[in-house]
Design a protein around this ligand. Structure first.
Ligand SMILES: Cc1ncc(COP(=O)(O)OP(=O)(O)O)c(N)n1
Ligand SMILES: Cc1nc(C(=O)O)sc1CCOP(=O)(O)O
Ligand SMILES: [Mg+2]
Length: 213
């Protein structure tokens, strides 16, 4: 499948606090049932065995629902599972990750609000570039802020799918989609929910925003 078709829609990102105590798999499955196309496993712990176990289970869920698994920060784990990777500016060389994971792997890069970072990521072999944070984020309040105006220029200068992230809700997502982003990456507005049914409902609301022409 071409990147342009698989890299579009809701991009769900896990959170170890919101998805603790047995919620990881049922909540992620609900997000996938609600239409999430990409799932990022974002776990900042150093418990290698648990990370491998959880990523393995998420890979199986993603395969069942036709979604793509992306590992945050950890190129070795992505290589071990043969899945995608998301790297920030402090997370190591994107070009080296591309060499490790191969041409087909989805590799994303955080570019904050800086088009030159996105242009460099494109040269280094990124599959998508991520800009943010566009709104107040409960998950990462200290992330540098970005103005949605940036997206219009990004669309003309960067020939890769664009992800928007940071405090995005079903109410704020439409303006970003109208500005040309292909994916909306969400943690809190998706997973801070009381039940899997609520997560599925929220995922569906985000996903439907991509159905309109
Ligand atoms: C889709 C997406 N965009 C941006 C980020 C942030 O990555 P990074 O700057 O490396 O910060 P951490 O997520 O590692 O705290 C992301 N994870 N996903
Ligand atoms: C992990 C992350 N990176 C960001 C960036 O701007 O680079 S914002 C963010 C958190 C996204 O979670 P929420 O949808 O809860 O705001
Ligand atoms: Mg990172």
């Amino acid at each position: 499948m071409k990147d342009s078709t698989r890299l579009r829609g809701l991009y769900a990102i896990t959170d170890s606090k919101l998805l603790a105590e047995g919620r990881l798999l049922p909540y992620v499955e609900a997000a996938l049932k609600g239409g999430a196309r990409l799932l990022q496993y974002r776990d900042k712990s150093s418990d290698e065995a648990r990370r491998l176990r959880e990523a393995d289970a998420l890979q199986e869920l993603c395969a069942r629902h036709g979604a793509q698994l992306i590992i945050n920060d950890d190129a070795e784990l992505a290589a071990r599972l043969g899945v995608g990777l998301h790297l920030g500016q402090e997370d190591g060389s994107l070009a080296a990750a591309r060499a490790l994971l191969g041409r087909q792997a989805i590799i994303g890069a955080t570019c904050h609000a800086q088009l030159p970072l996105a242009e460099q990521a494109a040269r280094d072999g990124a599959s998508y570039v991520a800009f943010g944070r566009f709104f107040q984020s409960q998950t990462k309040p200290g992330a540098p802020s970005a103005d949605p105006e940036l997206l219009r220029e990004a669309r003309t200068r960067i020939g890769l799918p664009i992800v928007a992230i940071g405090g995005i809700t079903p109410e704020t997502a439409p303006s970003l989609i109208a500005a040309g982003v292909q994916m909306i990456a969400v943690v809190h507005a998706l997973f801070a929910a009381d039940s899997p049914a609520e997560v599925e409902h929220r995922a569906r609301a985000f996903s439907q925003l991509f159905n309109t022409p």
